[in-house]
Design a protein around this ligand. Structure first.
Ligand SMILES: Nc1nc2c(ncn2[C@@H]2O[C@H](COP(=O)(O)O[C@H]3[C@@H](O)[C@H](n4cnc5c(=O)[nH]c(N)nc54)O[C@@H]3COP(=O)(O)O)[C@@H](O)[C@H]2O)c(=O)[nH]1
Length: 860
């Protein structure tokens, strides 16, 4: 049975009631917890008086002041040292029993440091002083411990965890004389003594009771008469938190601890404090250890950062908040050429290149001030004035107040990378030969130009330029010469046009020009005229002179198309029209050009069926000896009798047949038909010379012409010598080794080879000598002018004489007038044909013509 006054355990603590975990406060100072009131007495104050003062102030110590100077301190523990058996004790003054010197501690000492000092000096009180030596208050160890946020710990721990079962409380019987009980406490260094009453009840005598008894000068009574009785007790499961609360509420220092109703021990306020202290010291040690480790890591980091700063290849510059340089690393000096001493203290704008507008820097600073970060590329200037391209990252560094106090700029010199990138970009978008934009860049620019023009309501002129006869030049003079010619053309184009105009090379000999902001289409015509004239003329390549002309097609945005592709296609179509119209000129796109494209497609479709539907036929035009008028052969000329369109000119459908591969079966058919007819006329005695058949470019290149000719001769039975093949001058100039071989084999078969339209194709005479040919046909354009045009007469004369000197048969075509015939006869031209004698006719009409002619001859 317990005779102690039992206090029930309060509500149990749940996890939720534990509240937030306390942080370990390592930076707080003791100034925040000391009480500014200092209780003091003088050295001469009697101990009895001092005890009364202490009781009134309810404090545990008095500062002993002499002449405003603290000469000692008198505490409850000091009171215990008095001998209560001696009546003279009550006459003692504080000076006789105080502790001195007084230990002081500066007011700005941190909690941590104060806790360490308490442990190190083994004291329970410090006098707190400021830096002038003024007294600011008394700090007890309890103040530190109670302000360490120990609630969490107190709530978790129960009394039985701090009750040492081995350490029995110091106990004495109630009849023990008071001075003996006090001596016992002093000797055993305890704060309290358990007093045992005869009925197994317990009371308690504490240091504070001793101070009270001193103040009352009580010494002769037995301890049972003055002890606090009964002792207030709580079960051992009570938390320290509640125990501490109870001690504070009851203004007591000790509690009995009950185990199953029996007094198992006594715990004091200082036991709780010691427990907290213990825990706190553990935490403190842990915090100190962590701090030391952090310090160690931070020192190591600093060393590493220092090493990185010194050895990194990236330039680093640290500035203050206004951009004034505070330090730079060696890489900075290597990149910029500035030594550290030359830039520290100067503004970072010392590096400014002037290539970025003020707006750029304004945005940079806004970003730095708002986000503490900026990243990007910019041009800066080295000490020697050269520019360098850098990739820069700037990061703001904040001070304790949260403001950016410094900026760290880290940059890499990317000049070389930029040059390489630009080179790559250039190569991807430009023609390596001429340096002009290529198709990709051209299409991009055209798209942008159309978008701009759309927005601004302006016009664009798009020119498609194609060199005339480039292939011939390339093939005859070689690719290197062709390249030189293209480079020269590119230069001429650039020098004729404005900087802002785009000149591009799409490939081969195709160039394009974009003219923006066109106010008047006539202006485009003027430029086109200028270009035609600039490109027309002689270009000197490797000691040789090449005569060049160009054809230009023009499309206007938005009239001739809004999409870049349509515009380009229409400019291309217009360029073809310029070629058709004799080359060396320019043509604007017109919608009928597209119509003719449609027509062309329609013709191509029906041409496929023309052969099988027997819509093709041959007309023949006789060739004559000019001096005697004797018939010397025929030229077979194809006709297409279209069911709806009537007679379609070969000039119209042969190019279409050439573009598709229809020319091969058609050409084959012409050869077979002409040879068969020639054989018939030969058998009848109406073929003295040869049957001439026109061979197209594609036929010569693609088809197995030799086989076709051989087959036509075999089928018809016509001797090879009676067959003449006409190839145009441009074809003759465009021969490759393969086509040359074909011509040689035909010649070896006995077939005659003639160059048609001679004089129009700028033949190289030396080249002419190498060709296996038998004759030349003077183009009818020269024949037409022989009477009126001295130039045409001169050319005709020259061709006749050239043919004679090379041993070639020469035929004049397109003789329409007697005067022309007379001229040709006079010049010794042996053969001719033309409307003057007879138009091309079908077999029936030609047979009539032959019969009539025979009759006429017979009549003479
Ligand atoms: N590959 C092939 N080409 C052929 C074939 N048949 C003809 N052609 C080529 O078509 C072009 C046009 O020919 P065509 O309309 O038949 O004109 C020829 C004659 O009619 C015309 N000619 C003849 N004499 C005169 C004249 O006195 N005046 C005048 N204005 N024209 C005349 O000349 C054309 C013949 O020219 P050419 O071939 O250069 O001797 C034409 O280029 C034909 O070559 C074919 O089967 N295959």
């Amino acid at each position: 049975m317990s005779l102690a006054l039992t206090i029930p355990i309060p509500e149990p603590f749940t996890d939720a009631s534990l509240g937030e975990l306390p942080a370990v406060p390592v930076r707080r100072t003791i100034e925040q917890i000391i009480s500014p009131r200092i209780f003091s007495c003088q050295p001469e104050t009697s101990v009895v008086e001092a005890a009364r003062l202490m009781r009134e102030a309810a404090c545990g110590s008095l500062l002993v002041i002499e002449d405003t100077r603290a000469v000692g301190i008198w505490t409850e523990t000091d009171a215990l040292r008095l001998n209560f058996a001696d009546p003279a004790t009550f006459e003692l003054s504080v000076r006789d029993v105080m502790s001195w010197p007084v230990k002081t501690i500066p007011v700005d000492t941190t909690f941590n440091d104060a806790a360490v000092l308490f442990k190190r000096h083994g004291v329970r009180h410090y006098l707190v002083v400021d830096d002038q030596g003024g007294y600011r208050g008394i700090l007890s160890q309890s103040d530190i411990v109670l302000n360490q946020g120990a609630e969490f710990f107190l709530k978790l721990k129960h009394l039985d965890t701090i009750l040492d079962p081995e350490r029995r409380p110091l106990m004495t019987s109630a009849d023990t004389p008071l001075h003996e009980a006090i001596s016992l406490m002093r000797e055993q260094h305890v704060e309290a003594l358990l007093v045992c009453y005869p009925d197994s009840d317990y009371g308690i005598l504490t240091q504070r009771d001793v101070v009270r008894l001193l103040a009352e000068k009580t010494s002769h009574l037995p301890v049972g008469a003055v002890a606090s009785h009964p002792i207030i007790s709580v079960p051992k499961q009570t938390s320290l938190y509640y125990a501490r609360k109870l001690l504070a509420e009851k203004h007591i220092r000790h509690l009995g601890v009950l185990d199953r109703g029996e007094l198992a021990g006594v715990i004091s306020f200082s036991d709780i404090l010691t427990s907290i202290e213990h825990e706190y010291v553990n935490e403190l040690q842990y915090a100190l250890k962590e701090r030391d480790e952090a310090l160690q890591i931070s020192r190591q980091n600093l060393r590493m950062a220092d090493k990185v700063f010194e050895s990194t290849l990236e330039g680093i510059m640290i500035t203050d908040a206004n951009g004034v340089i505070e330090t730079v690393n060696p890489a900075f000096s290597r990149i910029t050429g500035y030594r550290k001493s030359e830039v520290v203290g100067r503004n970072a704008r010392i590096l400014s290149s002037g290539k970025q507008p003020p707006e750029f820097y304004r945005h940079l600073w806004i970003s730095l001030r708002e986000n503490g970060f900026w990243q990007g590329e910019l041009w800066n200037r080295c000490k020697n004035g050269t520019l360098f391209h850098e990739y820069l990252t700037i990061t703001g560094i904040k001070d304790e107040t949260g403001h950016y106090s410094h900026f760290a700029g880290i940059f890499t010199d990317i000049t070389q990378r930029k040059i390489a990138e630009e080179r790559l970009h250039f190569l991807a978008n430009h023609d390596p030969l001429t340096g002009l934009p290529n198709r990709t860049l051209f299409m991009e620019r055209l798209l942008l130009a159309t978008q701009r023009a759309q927005r601004e309501g302006s016009k664009i002129g798009l020119m498609f330029i194609d060199l005339d006869r480039f292939k011939y030049i390339n093939d005859t003079m070689g690719h290197a010469a062709g390249d030189k010619l293209l480079t020269e053309i590119a230069e001429r184009l650039k020098s004729t046009l404005r900087e802002c105009d785009t000149v591009a090379r799409l490939g081969g000999d195709e160039f394009t020009v974009i003219l923006e902001n066109i106010s008047d289409v006539q202006h485009v015509a003027k430029i086109a005229k200028k270009l035609v004239s600039k490109l027309n003329g002689i270009v000197k390549i490797e000691q040789q002179e090449v005569f060049v002309t160009a054809s230009i097609g023009i499309a206007i945005f938005p009239e001739d198309g809004e999409a870049p592709e349509t515009l380009l296609m229409n400019a291309d179509t217009a360029m073809y029209r310029a070629k058709e119209r004799g080359k060396n000129n320019f043509q604007f796109f017109t919608s009928d050009m597209n119509t003719s494209t449609m027509e062309r497609m329609r013709l191509e479709n029906s041409l496929h069926a023309a052969l099988s539907r027997s819509e093709l036929l041959l007309h023949y035009q006789p060739k004559l000896k000019l001096d005697t008028g004797e018939l010397f052969g025929y030229e077979a000329l194809i006709r297409w009798n279209h069911p709806q369109m009537g007679m379609v000119s070969p000039a119209q459908f042969i190019p279409i047949a050439e573009d598709s591969s229809l020319i091969v079966p058609i050409g084959d058919w012409v050869l077979h038909t002409a040879c068969a007819q020639a054989r018939r006329w030969l058998d009848r005695g109406d073929l003295l010379g040869r049957m001439a058949v026109n061979i197209s470019h594609r036929q010569l290149k693609l088809a197995n012409l030799v086989d076709s000719v051989h087959s036509a001769l075999q089928h018809s039975g016509l001797p090879a010598e009676c067959l003449e093949l006409e190839i145009t001058e441009s074809m003759a100039m465009d021969t490759t080794q393969e086509t040359l071989d074909t011509l040689v084999r035909l010649r070896e078969m006995g077939v005659h080879l003639t160059i048609d339209d001679f004089g129009t194709g700028y033949s190289s005479l030396s080249y002419l000598r190498k060709l296996p040919i038998d004759g030349l046909k003077i183009d009818r354009s020269f024949v037409a002018g022989v009477v009126q045009e001295p130039g045409d007469a001169a050319i005709t004369r020259a061709i006749i004489s050239l043919a004679a000197s090379l041993g070639l048969a020469v035929t004049a075509e397109g003789i329409e007038e007697a005067s022309q015939l007379a001229f040709l006869r006079e010049q010794g031209c042996p053969f001719g044909q033309g409307y003057f004698y007879c138009r091309p006719m079908d077999v029936a009409r030609l047979d009539d013509w032959l019969a009539a002619r025979r009759r006429e001859l017979a009549a003479h």
